[in-house]
Design a protein around this ligand. Structure first.
Ligand SMILES: NC(=O)c1ccc[n+]([C@@H]2O[C@H](COP(=O)([O-])OP(=O)(O)OC[C@H]3O[C@@H](n4cnc5c(N)ncnc54)[C@H](OP(=O)(O)O)[C@@H]3O)[C@@H](O)[C@H]2O)c1
Length: 250
């Protein structure tokens, strides 16, 4: 799929993978719109990559998703790609009962519900284009869960499932449906602030390059690092990998 001269909306493009992708896509001659909660982060992104359009919103709120969709349709009616990228990750200890669960942001709303709703709002618009796409960002942890991030891992497994169903439902339309399955991407704000280089990790710029070439090659499941192996593992090996990566906390 051609990745030039498109109008692309990226949820959460103000840092990390989304921002690296926005910068790369702007450089390739696309119109790019990003969103996020922090006005400061959006302004910093626009300063560092002039040309990016930004809309402030909180996609955990249904009303914000509705007004976000209205703004996109009014200001960028030619939009032909939705990249469902925004995400949060929280440690939740169920031994504390609902304490951790109720004391922070709701990962189900941000990582899953928002992407389902944004897709539903935008499909009728994307269906009118000659060629368009929805790109959902899941995670290797959707295939091998990290127990300390139980809801995060579950939402990413759900995104994989949702993406498969959407691809099937939209197969007779002009909308292509991609899934991006990143490994550890260490220079992002997912853990609050950028992390030092990690074993098996890659940079956000490297991930952005892999995403763009994957879409150009019509590779519908875009993996990187160990995530291809994680997706394709037989169950026994996946169970062993689960035990290994969770050993420290069990
Ligand atoms: N980093 C990794 O190792 C890794 C691995 C696998 C998958 N992923 C996935 O990659 C995607 C991007 O994450 P990242 O690592 O690049 O993290 P990041 O740097 O924290 O980027 C997340 C983006 O989402 C926005 N966002 C968060 N909550 C939002 C909300 N309620 N409404 C609107 N925007 C919101 C953030 O902006 P504001 O904070 O201003 O809202 C930011 O722009 C996520 O789906 C993540 O799960 C990351």
């Amino acid at each position: 799929m051609e990745m030039r001269k498109r109008t692309i909306f990226i949820s959460g493009g103000s840092s990390g993978i989304g921002f690296a992708l926005a910068k790369k896509l702007i450089g390739m001659g696309n119109k790019v719109i990003i969103c996020g909660r922090s006005a400061d982060k959006l302004s910093a992104a626009q300063e560092s990559a002039p040309g990016i359009h930004a809309i402030r919103c909180d996609i955990s709120k249904k009303a914000d998703i509705e007004s976000l969709n209205e703004s996109i349709v009014q200001k960028f009616p030619e939009v032909d790609m939705l990249i469902n990228n925004a995400g949060i990750q929280r440690q939740i200890d169920f031994l504390k009962g609902p304490e951790d669960l109720l004391s922070g942001e709701d990962e189900i709303q941000v990582n899953l519900r928002a992407h389902v709703y944004l897709s539903a709002y935008m499909i009728p618009i994307l269906a009118k284009r000659m060629e368009s796409a929805i790109v959902n960002v899941s995670s290797g942890l959707g295939f091998i869960p990290m127990a300390r991030y139980p809801i995060y891992s579950a939402t990413k497994a759900a995104i994989h499932s949702f993406t498969m169903s959407l691809r099937s439902q939209l197969s007779a339309t002009n909308i292509k449906v991609f899934e991006v399955i990143p490994p550890i991407v260490y220079d992002t704000c997912l853990k609050g602030k950028p992390q030092p280089p990690a074993e098996n990790g890659i940079t956000a710029e490297e991930m952005a390059d892999i995403i763009v070439s994957g879409i150009e090659d019509n590779k519908y499941e875009i993996t990187a690092g160990q995530t291809k192996k994680w997706m394709e593992m037989p169950k026994e090996e996946a169970d062993r990998t689960f035990q290994t990566i969770n050993k420290k906390i069990n």
